[in-house]
Design a protein around this ligand. Structure first.
Ligand SMILES: NC(=O)c1ccc[n+]([C@@H]2O[C@H](COP(=O)([O-])OP(=O)(O)OC[C@H]3O[C@@H](n4cnc5c(N)ncnc54)[C@H](O)[C@@H]3O)[C@@H](O)[C@H]2O)c1
Length: 564
């Protein structure tokens, strides 16, 4: 076989495959089938413009009669099993659109037919051929992110056009009503559980992680979208993999958000993110402190000018070359099932209120590794990253002069009670046993420790850095007697502090020179009733004109985040 002879069923999505196969030298499109005359006409135009003389037929049987080596099944998702099995029985290999099948029974039928006929079956999961995925896999293999523990994928696509007419046009239910359309019916997607459409996200993640999923728990969002009321607005599935990782997949087809595919990987020594909408990848690998923030890397889909960013063409090219070289495919029947069946089982879990369900393994031999990368290979270049900067904040009178709350102070051991009135700044701070403690909220809460200790004393410490000299106010809230020192000098003493603590209740003005300043707070536990403090800073010497300017980091103090 010097050229792969291709027949394509379905000229909706299939027209993109037609373009791709016409562009691949090693393939020859010998025919297409579609019952819709308008779609036939469009395909004919495309084929003839490229000098292709392939047959154009209405019926699938007529396409099979011309004996293609491969049939591309691009009929709707509910028909794909029937059409794939028919092609395999007719002696053709199959490249099938997603989702490939609609039930476990359908997948068993396709698998058994592939095994019996000895023909190849590949799922046309184009997102596995996004260019950035190759970089990510290479970097994972190099250990740049440590062990990956958690992965996320999201598919957001507003598809309320769930009614179709005899010429293959699509409408929302409101449009059907407004126009008084008759002779219309729901599309195959109208009542499809959204999670059933997860192959675009799960497929690439499985290749990246070289893994398979073994169980799932999934939940439904409500059915609130008036335009697509037959399916949940979205579903979130949580998968456990054979290697013990977690994969979370969100699919929503009912929420009116800009379309996107998002991927995130969380490793023990770093992480990676990609947004199809924003068209960028960001990374933080083990050579970089998480405190330094993200790096942006210019890697993307591949070719932004081509269909689906070049992923469609890459898919068809790799498929054709593999078939001609050794008669195999990059995503075989077992891998195809592993992309799609988890979505079918996830929908069952959602119907049962999220109970975990095992995902059947339809392989004959246990999965050991993916062969995908042997075919697709890794990129040779090493793209430079650049520091990710958020857009500068427009100055705002309410927020500009304030720092964030202190979230990672140093906290001392709990000491026996000592009267605050006589308490002096400690001669040697090393004796306090200060250690970093991290808080997710703004309140530096020690109530468990203080309640247990009864009458006691505890210290909080923090450092701030000022890029220039500035007038500041230490903003403070507390629920027990306190004493505060700024750079070793007593700045505030309140023996009457009591519950409850209110953020910014007290302001202590002070002049800060350029450089580092040290804050120390002693909190009396008030017999075990005190819980903790709030602490942040406000800059006082901003002129109204400066407030109108763009904020730069040098305008307010930078709070030290202590490393544990
Ligand atoms: N990978 C992607 O990026 C991507 C994008 C869009 C659609 N898809 C998938 O592609 C598949 C097709 O989607 P679509 O939107 O084109 O669906 P569609 O229903 O609009 O088109 C299917 C076409 O197949 C034809 N057809 C079906 N059975 C036939 C038969 N027996 N004989 C002749 N013609 C027949 C129909 O006339 C129709 O024109 C879906 O499964 C969808 O999920 C994938």
């Amino acid at each position: 076989m010097d050229k792969l002879r291709v027949g394509i069923l379905g000229m909706g999505r299939g027209i993109s495959h037609l373009h791709s196969f016409l562009a691949v030298e090693e393939a020859e499109v010998i025919g297409i089938a579609d019952r819709l005359p308008n779609r036939q006409a469009e395909a004919e135009k495309v084929m003839r413009a490229r000098g292709n003389k392939g047959k154009i037929v209405a019926e699938y049987d007529d396409l099979l009669a011309i004996k293609p080596d491969v049939v591309v099944v691009a009929s709707n998702g509910r028909m794909q099993c029937e059409h794939s099995v028919k092609a395999l029985e007719a002696g053709c290999h199959v490249l099938s659109e997603v989702p490939g099948a609609f039930s476990l029974e359908e997948w068993l039928k396709i698998r058994d037919t592939v095994e019996r006929t000895g023909k190849q079956y590949m799922m046309a999961e184009n997102l596995c051929f996004m260019d950035f995925i190759r970089y990510w896999r290479k970097w994972i293999e190099e250990g740049r992110y440590g062990e990956i523990s958690i992965a996320e994928g999201e598919y957001v696509h507003y598809l309320p056009e769930t009614i179709t007419n005899a010429t293959g046009e699509f409408f929302t239910p409101s449009e059907v009503k407004e126009r008084g359309l008759t002779n219309v019916k729901p599309t195959w997607r109208a009542d499809m559980p959204p999670i059933g459409y997860l192959t675009h996200d799960l497929g690439p993640l499985l290749e990246l992680l070289d893994d398979q999923v073994v169980s799932v728990s999934c939940r439904n969002a409500g059915w609130r979208c008036k335009e697509a009321p037959l399916r949940s607005d979205g579903q979130i599935a949580l998968f456990h993999t054979a290697k013990g990782l977690l994969i979370q997949i969100l699919v929503t087809l009912n929420t009116k958000c800009p379309g996107d595919h998002r991927f995130r990987l969380f490793g023990t020594e770093g992480g990676l993110e990609w947004s199809g909408y924003e068209q960028f990848c960001r990374r933080c690998d083990k050579s970089r402190s998480e405190m330094a923030g993200w790096e942006v890397v210019d890697i993307g889909l591949g070719d932004p000018s081509a269909s689906h960013g070049g992923t469609d063409l890459n898919l068809v090219r790799y498929f054709t070359r593999c078939m001609l070289k050794n008669g195999t495919v990059p995503i075989d029947i077992y891998r195809s099932i592993e992309y799609s069946l988890p979505g079918i089982i996830a929908a069952q879990s959602a119907n049962l209120g999220g109970v975990p369900i095992s995902i059947p393994d339809l392989r004959r031999k246990a999965f050991t590794h993916t062969d995908f990368w042997k075919v697709v290979g890794f990129p040779e270049n090493e793209p430079e990253g650049r520091h990710f900067k958020t857009a500068p904040l427009k100055a705002n009178k309410e927020t500009v002069p304030f720092t964030d709350f202190v979230h990672v102070p140093l906290v001392s051991e709990i000491f026996p009670h000592a009267p605050l009135a006589k308490l002096a700044f400690p001669k040697n701070k090393d004796t306090l046993g200060l250690k970093p403690k991290s808080y997710s909220g703004n309140f530096l809460d020690l109530h468990i420790e203080l309640q247990k200790a009864g009458a006691a004393l505890v210290y909080y410490a923090c450092n701030i850095h000022c890029a220039v000299a500035m007038k500041l106010k230490l903003l403070f809230g507390y629920d027990g007697p306190v004493k505060v020192w700024i750079d070793g000098a007593e700045a505030h003493y309140d023996p009457h502090g009591t519950n409850s603590a209110v953020a910014d209740a007290v302001g202590i003005p002070f002049d800060a020179t350029k450089g580092m300043h040290e804050i120390l707070v002693a909190l009396d536990s008030n017999g075990g009733k005190a819980w903790g403090i709030f602490l942040r800073f406000k800059r006082l010497d901003f002129s109204p004109r400066e407030i109108e300017k763009i904020l730069s980091p040098s305008h307010i103090p930078i709070i030290d985040v202590f490393k544990k």
